[in-house]
Design a protein around this ligand. Structure first.
Ligand code: AMP
Ligand code: MG
Length: 404
C-alpha cells in the first residue's frame, strides 16, 4: 500500500505536469476583500515607514543631553500634534509639547512621556525623569524604507498584511482566482440536514465539512448534492463535476457491493493514479484526473473524509493557488500516554495537545473510530502514529497537526 508521502508526491507531480502553466490566474480584488487570499504580486513599500521621525509617546520632545540631570525645567516653545507638526527647532533649554504620531521637531532627540513631567506654567515644564537618546520615538524608515519588499507573492494575506497593504496605499490587490470545486456526497442512506432520517438513514454531513474545508483552503466549493448508490444517478452527478477545476466525491469508494464510484470514474475515462493509501483512517482514498479536472474519491466516514482532504486535497488546492506553503504543517510534541502503532498503516488519530513549559504535550483522545465526530470535536489535534511495529512510549517525541 502507498505511504502517505508517496501519495502526496503523486498528487503534486500530476499538478506540476498539467499543461496549464499558470494554474489559477490572478485577479485584482478590493483591499477589504483580500484577507486570506493568496497574494500574486510582490509588495514594495511606497515610502519610508515611518515617513518622518515620529513620537510614540505623549509628552515633551527634548534634547536628551538637557535631561541627563533631573529634575530640570525647560521652556516650551511649541506644540506638535498628529497631523500638524510644529515649525520649531529645539535649542538647549527648550522643548516642544508632542503627541503620539506627531513629527519630532528638528533638534530634539528624545521624547519624555507626560507621566514623567510636571507642568509649571503654560510655557514651562519640569522634567522628572531622564531619557535615553531616541527614547519615545521612531526614526524615519525604522520599520521599512521606500522600495523595500514588504510582502512576497505566494503569501496568504493575514491580518498584519492587510494593515500593511492599506498603509502602502494598495486599494486593490492582485490575488489568485479561486479554483471551483464540485462536491458530491454519495449514499442511499443519506438525507439532507433539514430532513428527519428514518431508522436506516443518516444526515449528510460530509457535503458541509468538505465545502468548509475547500473554502478554508482557498477554493470555491459548489455542492452538487447527493448521488444515490446506483450507476445512473452516479453517472449523471459525476458528469456534472467534470465542468469544474476539481471534483470531490465522498463515499462509495470502499469494497462494498454498492461502492460504484470507481466503476463510474472508469466509464468516464478518469485516469486513476491511486485508490488506496496506507493511512488510518482514509485507506480507500482515490486520486485521478480527467481533462483539466482533478478528481478525488474520499472514503465516506466523516473523519476519514476530513483527514484525507487535509492530507491530499488541501495541498493541491494550495498548489493551484500558487501558495508558498502547500504541505500540511507538522509539529513535534512529547507523548503523555502510550500509543500503539500499526505495521500496515500510518494512523492519524484525534488527540489532545497542550502547550506547557516551552513545548507541546500530546495524548490520543477517546474516540470510537472514523465515524465518531463527537470524539473528534472534543479533540484539538491529530496525532501522527508512524507505520511500524510496537508502541510509542510516553516521553517519546511524536508529530501532530492542527487540522484546518
Ligand atoms: P462509504 O465510504 O460509502 O462506504 O461510507 C462509509 C460510512 O460513512 C458509512 O457508514 C456511511 O453511512 C458514512 N457516510 C457516507 N457518506 C456520508 C456523508 N455524506 N455524511 C455522513 N456520513 C456518510
Ligand atoms: Mg456509501
Amino acid at each position: 500500500m502507498l505511504p502517505i508521502e508517496r501519495g502526496l508526491e503523486i498528487v503534486m507531480s500530476v499538478a506540476k505536469s498539467k499543461d496549464r502553466p499558470d494554474w489559477m490566474s490572478a485577479e485584482p480584488v478590493p483591499l477589504a476583500d483580500s484577507m486570506d487570499r493568496i497574494l500574486r504580486e510582490d509588495i514594495l513599500s511606497d515610502a519610508d515607514s515611518p515617513r518622518f521621525d515620529k513620537a510614540i509617546r505623549d509628552g515633551f520632545a527634548v534634547r536628551f543631553e538637557d535631561v541627563k540631570q533631573v529634575p530640570v525645567a525647560l521652556s516650551i516653545i511649541g506644540e506638535s500634534r498628529a497631523g500638524a507638526g510644529a515649525e520649531v527647532t529645539i535649542k538647549p533649554g527648550q522643548c516642544c509639547e508632542i503627541m503620539t504620531g506627531a513629527p519630532l521637531p528638528p533638534g530634539a532627540d528624545a521624547v519624555v512621556m507626560v507621566e514623567n513631567t510636571e507642568r509649571v506654567s503654560p510655557a514651562s515644564v519640569r522634567i522628572l525623569k531622564s531619557a535615553r537618546e531616541n527614547e519615545g520615538l521612531l526614526r524615519r524608515g525604522a520599520e521599512a524604507h521606500a522600495g523595500d519588499k514588504i510582502l512576497q507573492a505566494g503569501r496568504r494575506i493575514g491580518l498584519a498584511d492587510l494593515g500593511l497593504l492599506a498603509g502602502v496605499g494598495k486599494s486593490a490587490v492582485l490575488v489568485s482566482c479561486k479554483p471551483r470545486v464540485a462536491v458530491i456526497a454519495t449514499g442511499d442512506e443519506l438525507v439532507d440536514v433539514h430532513e428527519n432520517p428514518n431508522a436506516d438513514q443518516i444526515r449528510n454531513s460530509n457535503s458541509y465539512t468538505i465545502c468548509a474545508q475547500v473554502k478554508n483552503a482557498g477554493g470555491e466549493p459548489v455542492s452538487l448534492g447527493i448521488a444515490r448508490d446506483n450507476l445512473d444517478d452516479l453517472r449523471s452527478q459525476i458528469r456534472r463535476g467534470f465542468d469544474y477545476d476539481m471534483l470531490i466525491v465522498s463515499g462509495g469508494v470502499s469494497m462494498g457491493k454498492y461502492d460504484l464510484v470507481e466503476t463510474v470514474f472508469a466509464e468516464f475515462g478518469v485516469e486513476v493514479l491511486f485508490d488506496k493509501i496506507a493511512m488510518k483512517p482514509g485507506k480507500p482514498t482515490v486520486f485521478g484526473h480527467r481533462g483539466q479536472t482533478y478528481i478525488f474519491g474520499l472514503p465516506g466516514n466523516p473523519i476519514s473524509t476530513m483527514v484525507a482532504f487535509h492530507m491530499f486535497v488541501r495541498p493541491l488546492i494550495l498548489f493551484l493557488l500558487k501558495a508558498e506553503n502547500t504541505a500540511p504543517k507538522v509539529l513535534d510534541a512529547k507523548l503523555e500516554a502510550p500509543a500503539k502503532c500499526d505495521p500496515e498503516r500510518a494512523a492519524l488519530v484525534p488527540a489532545l495537545v497542550r502547550f506547557d513549559a516551552g513545548q507541546y504535550w500530546i495524548r490520543t483522545a477517546p474516540w470510537k473510530g472514523s465515524s465518531d465526530l463527537v470524539g473528534l470535536s472534543r479533540a484539538n489535534a491529530l496525532i501522527m502514529i508512524p507505520r511500524r511495529d510496537g508502541t510509542l512510549e510516553p516521553g517519546e517525541t511524536t508529530q501532530f497537526m492542527f487540522m484546518e
